[in-house]
Design a protein around this ligand. Structure first.
Ligand code: BEZ
Length: 211
């Protein structure tokens, strides 16, 4: 199944290391991240899961729940968590879906058979409070994901959701933002009291509105 940005994230009920979860109900009114791991007891995945556990506070600050999926069974996940905690100096604090029947990973198109036979690649789906897919990323199994970048994208998505701004190349917290093209230049002062700079009629910059 192909999922595109703006589609409703497919709902499912699955067994996880924190009990049975119905995705949409579990997400509630907040944001979510669903990310896949090719296999339990593999080195890159172990570092990724530990990194996300250590970033839990950053996700919570942004009202984001995280959930991982791997096609191995629950008992395997439970044993692996001990290794993750031991080697990554963390305490696993979010659920890992056990998907031995590959229901979830098939629904989300996480198996790319020409890249990796019968295992998932490293997919990331960011899901908004409206349950729509806001971002998807696909990395090869050999490259661990950059979770600072994922937090940066969440910050950008949340700014866009709450203010009428977009974020420019390499934007980071505190940098100026782009006023979205839908706003006429004459309407900017009322909407952006911090001011703006018209670099070109189509490129209007304003200080980050939420700081
Ligand atoms: C890993 O997590 O280290 C890994 C998993 C599958 C293929 C290659 C690397």
């Amino acid at each position: 199944m192909t999922i595109r940005l703006g589609d409703t994230a497919p709902d499912f009920t699955a067994e996880t290391t924190e009990g049975t979860i119905e995705l949409h109900k579990w997400l509630g009114e907040g944001w979510g991240i669903l990310f896949s791991h090719p296999k339990d007891y593999t080195p890159v995945c172990t570092t990724e899961l530990g990194r996300v556990a250590n970033l839990k506070g950053e996700f919570e600050k942004r009202n984001v729940k995280v959930i991982a999926v791997s096609v191995d069974p629950l008992e395997s996940h439970k044993g692996w968590i001990n290794d993750i905690n031991e080697t990554q100096s963390c305490s696993m604090n979010y659920p890992i879906i056990a998907d031995p029947d590959r229901n979830v990973v098939t629904m989300y198109g996480m198996i790319h058979p020409n890249a990796l036979d019968n295992l998932t690649v490293r997919s990331v789906f960011i899901i908004g409070p409206d349950k729509k897919v806001k971002l998807q990323l696909t990395y090869p199994a050999s490259t661990g994901r950059n979770f600072d970048e994922i937090l940066r994208v969440i910050d950008s998505l949340q700014l866009t959701a709450n203010y009428q701004v977009a974020t420019p190349a390499d934007w980071k917290q505190g940098d100026d933002c782009v006023v979205v093209p839908a706003i006429k230049t004459e309407d900017i002062p009322a909407k952006f009291p911090k001011g703006f700079k018209e670099v070109k009629p189509y490129l209007r910059m304003t200080p980050q509105p939420d700081i």
